[in-house]
Design a protein around this ligand. Sequence first.
Ligand code: HEM
Length: 90
Amino acid sequence: DQDKDELPLITMEELAKHDNKDSCWKAIHGKVYDVTDYIPDHPTPPSIMYEWCGRESTEAYDTKGYGRPHSKAADAMLKDMLVGRLKAED
Ligand code: HEM
């Protein structure tokens, strides 16, 4: 597993800046992913993905909006989108 301490720490404030189609970051299970380039390939209308840009998206990712988790294949794809880990709020 990747050494978590080597990942850049990203604040909620920084995450929130990436809330648009030119730069869409999502926080999922404490890590931050840049999903911008994947949005056109995601098997839903893009609006489903855009809704979560710049936000804490763990529950959305884990439920797909209807109570079913993403596949292991989807989880594996996230690795390539990793940009950092979310700084815990105090
Ligand atoms: C966080 C907000 C997200 C929501 C609400 C969401 C929702 C959905 C929905 C509704 C489907 C289609 C129905 C289905 O296959 O069950 C789907 C499929 C899929 N999504 Fe997402 N998704 C999100 C983020 C992501 C991200 C960041 C990835 C990148 C890895 C991703 C990868 C996939 C893949 C590969 C599928 C095909 C089915 C599967 O492998 O589970 N999704 N998603």
